[in-house]
Structure formats: structure tokens, C-alpha cells
Design a protein around this ligand. Sequence first.
Ligand SMILES: NC(=O)c1ccc[n+]([C@@H]2O[C@H](COP(=O)([O-])OP(=O)(O)OC[C@H]3O[C@@H](n4cnc5c(N)ncnc54)[C@H](OP(=O)(O)O)[C@@H]3O)[C@@H](O)[C@H]2O)c1
Length: 241
Amino acid sequence: MRQIVVTGGGTGIGRAVAAAFAEQGDQVVVTGRRKDVLAQTAAALGPLVRAVAFDAADPAQVEAALAELPDRVDVLVNNAGGNTDIGAEPTEGLTGLAAAWRANLDANLLSAVLVTTALRDRLARGGAVVSLSSIAAHRGGSGSYGASKAAVEAWNLTLAQQLGPGRITANVIAPGYIEDTDFFGEGIAPARRAWNVSQALNNRPGTPADIAGTVLYLASPAASHVTGQTIHVNGGSFSGR
Ligand SMILES: NC(=O)c1ccc[n+]([C@@H]2O[C@H](COP(=O)([O-])OP(=O)(O)OC[C@H]3O[C@@H](n4cnc5c(N)ncnc54)[C@H](OP(=O)(O)O)[C@@H]3O)[C@@H](O)[C@H]2O)c1
């Protein structure tokens, strides 16, 4: 039975990814900071899913969580993250700016780097690491969030080089606008939503299931020769060719 770890698996895209693996019969650990949210998700997704709570951007918490994570990991999905500017108080001066940038780099880049490094020796031959970036890394407009996701894509190339000899793939998925997540906190403004949807060639928002399907493919034997790539899942809003 494959062992899967999905960071940020309590809500949104991560929850859909965890559900998709569990439906295939894989054993899944969902992680995140909120114990109650994780416990509800694990209970809803069934006996193949269990929860381990820790802050993926905190080195000490990641190290402490290792005892509860599987000894062998077939698939690691670095999904934890989000735009920490959303809902944040406006910052003042360079000190505030630095704190805001560090928050996005911590949430999106360091979370993936720390968890992957901590689990590096447990990754199984033939396994896969899939990390979440964003269309924001390519289209601009979101400052430190886009920069943090662009850094995930750059880091992934080194990761793919390191893991390749062990026949482990490392890829990134860059979603466009995805609905039914907690990403936008209080919710997205209707005009912004309409613009996002209008950018997609199929005139629809993305769903967590769209991303889960791509994760399943990247984690399957069919994708064993696909590594070091960024896969764009956005209805054609942005072309990564
Ligand atoms: N929704 C979109 O339109 C969209 C588009 C492009 C990319 N993405 C990316 O997709 C990924 C999933 O986001 P989502 O849309 O599904 O939003 P979401 O519902 O807010 O999910 C993000 C999850 O990450 C967890 N998380 C955040 N920071 C964490 C940390 N430091 N340590 C551990 N867990 C952490 C959150 O749980 P806790 O708060 O409990 O920790 C939450 O469950 C993110 O990386 C996001 O940047 C989303």
C-alpha cells in the first residue's frame, strides 16, 4: 500500500488530493496547523486517512512531527501555503515590508523545502514529490506571493536533479484560479472572480478535483519520465509553452 503525505491537506486542494489518493486505496497523512480542521477531514475521508498537526514552516515543529510521519513515503505533496498578504494588516516601512515578504516565503517556499528535506531519506524509489506553485508566479500582480511560488519552481529543478538517480520525480503544479478553497479567506470579490473566470478558455473556474487529477497522474507510473517540470492547470489562462 502506497504511503502519501499531503501538507495542507485539511482544506481545499490538499483535501481533494488526499481524498483522491484514499479512493485509490493509498494510505494518506494530512498535515496542517489546525488540529480540529485536520481531525474533521480525516474523519470525513475514512480509515485510510490520518492527521498530523504541525507548522510546515517551523523547523522545530517539522522535526518533532517526523516521529508521527510514515517511515516510507511514496508520494509527498507540498501543498501547504497561500498568500499571507490576503486579510493581513497593511504594513509600515521596510520592517513591515520585510515581515510580509518573509511570511509568504515561509508559508510557500520554506514549508516545501523543510518538509521535503526532513523526509528525503524516507522517499521510496519510484516515488514522487509534487509541489504547488501558482499562476501568480508567471502573471505578476501579487508581489511576494508570486515571488515565493517562482522560488518553489526554481528549487524544484535542484530537487529533481538530486532525486533523479533514485528514480524519484519532482514536479510542480501551477494552478490558475481554483474555487471551493479557503485561499481567499473571507471570499473573492465578484468582479475579481468574473475576471479570473473570463481568462480561462473554457470560461470556468478550476476545482480542487482538477488539481487532484494532475497530482494523481504525476504520482503514477505513467509519469515516471516526467520530472523537473511545471505543469500549468488553468483552463488556458496562461500558456506555459
Ligand atoms: N485556490 C487557488 O486559487 C490557488 C491558486 C494557485 C495556487 N494555490 C495554492 O494551492 C495550495 C493549496 O491552497 P488552497 O487553495 O487549497 O487554499 P486553502 O484551502 O487555504 O489550503 C491551504 C492549506 O495549507 C495549510 N497551511 C498553510 N500554511 C501552513 C503552514 N505553515 N504549515 C502547515 N500547513 C499550512 C492550511 O491549513 P492551516 O491553516 O490549518 O495550517 C490549509 O489547509 C497553496 O499552496 C496555494 O498557494 C491556490
